[in-house]
Ligand binder design. Structure first.
Ligand SMILES: [Zn+2]
Ligand SMILES: [Zn+2]
Length: 317
């Protein structure tokens, strides 16, 4: 008799109130990163290569042969097959229902994200927005979390450049926290205030978008990129904003490489589609170490002041 595969569940830790996603199927996923070492991963074993399209169900391909691919994640963090439920008790648990999509950013296994040509990167952001819209078309979805894990310390498991789009039935704690700060500010936009006040910590700006290194950066070399226009999620970006934001991403990632050498990083989309007070932005966080006990407490330590990072950023031009 074959075992029924476990589709996972979300349990609430009754000590800290944190929600924990249990997804045992993910243990079986392929891993390019082992023992803290960056291994370039063997393209031959990589599931995102040409000719291996049957391993993951395609949603959309861009280009002929394809240059960008939107697909279902074979190893989902949350999945569509679980029926939504919630038991609130001493032992609270609910379904890890949701959508897990992947965008393969380039067919080229070793191409760095910032080496992708401008036009394809703009199409990448459009495809991400399309994936998000698909997830949001499910009325049960409250928030889409889009991110790129790049490198062994980033939490990524595959070397091949890719983006994950996760449709969730709940709003993530970090986004709730940001929303509380906005509401405490009388609903006034924190990011637009920051653009006016940050001055020397502005990295790049044009008529459509701004990138800056925030005053209280949680990590060395952290930057945020936002459209100047107040929009709540990536799906509302206009063509010129897509151009500016992807250009800024490229500039930041390539200069970060010059400043820090080869390093892991996370790229994270912060958004809340249905809250008009929320201002969409993308965070790029270089990662040099895994979390220690201090970080696990929710307090971060940073050895590079953002204004010093901006100085190095300008020198790296
Ligand atoms: Zn590959
Ligand atoms: Zn705003």
């Amino acid at each position: 008799m074959s075992e029924i595969p476990f589709k996972g569940e979300i349990r609430r830790d009754y000590i800290t109130g944190s929600d924990v996603i249990f997804t045992f199927s993910r243990d079986k996923r392929p891993k390019d990163f082992k023992n803290e070492e960056v291994i370039y991963g063997n393209a031959e074993d990589c599931p995102f290569e040409y000719g291996k399209e049957n391993l993951n169900t395609t949603i959309k391909l861009i280009g002929e042969p394809w240059r960008l691919r939107l697909m279902y994640n074979k190893y989902p963090i949350v999945n569509e097959e679980t029926a939504p439920y919630k038991n609130e008790d001493f032992f609270t648990k609910y379904a890890n229902y949701g959508h897990s999509y992947v965008v393969v950013d380039t067919p080229n296994h070793t191409q760095k994200f910032h080496e992708i040509e401008d036009e394809m990167l703009e199409k990448w952001l459009e495809l991400v927005a399309e994936g998000e819209k698909l997830a949001y078309s499910d009325k049960k979805i409250k928030q889409v979390y889009t991110f790129r894990n790049n490198g062994s310390i980033s939490g990524g498991s595959l070397y091949h450049p890719h983006t994950q789009i996760i449709g969730l039935t709940f709003v993530l704690p970090i986004i709730k926290q940001e929303l509380r700060i906005i509401k405490n500010n009388g609903g006034k936009c924190i990011l637009e205030e920051a653009v006016k006040k940050e001055g020397k910590r502005i990295l790049i700006a044009d008529e459509n978008a701004v990138a800056l290194a925030p005053y209280g950066s949680r990590f060395r070399g952290l930057s945020i990129i936002m459209p100047k226009r107040h929009i709540s999620y990536v799906g509302n970006l206009k063509e010129n904003e897509i151009k500016s934001m992807t250009k800024f991403m490229k500039t930041i990632l390539s200069r970060n490489q010059r400043i820090f050498g080869s390093h892991s990083y996370n790229m994270i989309f912060h958004e809340l589609k249905d809250d008009k007070d929320f201002h969409f932005y993308v965070e790029i966080t270089p990662r040099f170490s895994s979390f220690g006990a201090m970080e696990l407490s929710g307090v971060y330590m940073n050895s590079l002041k953002p204004e010093d990072y901006v100085e190095r950023f300008n020198e790296a031009a």
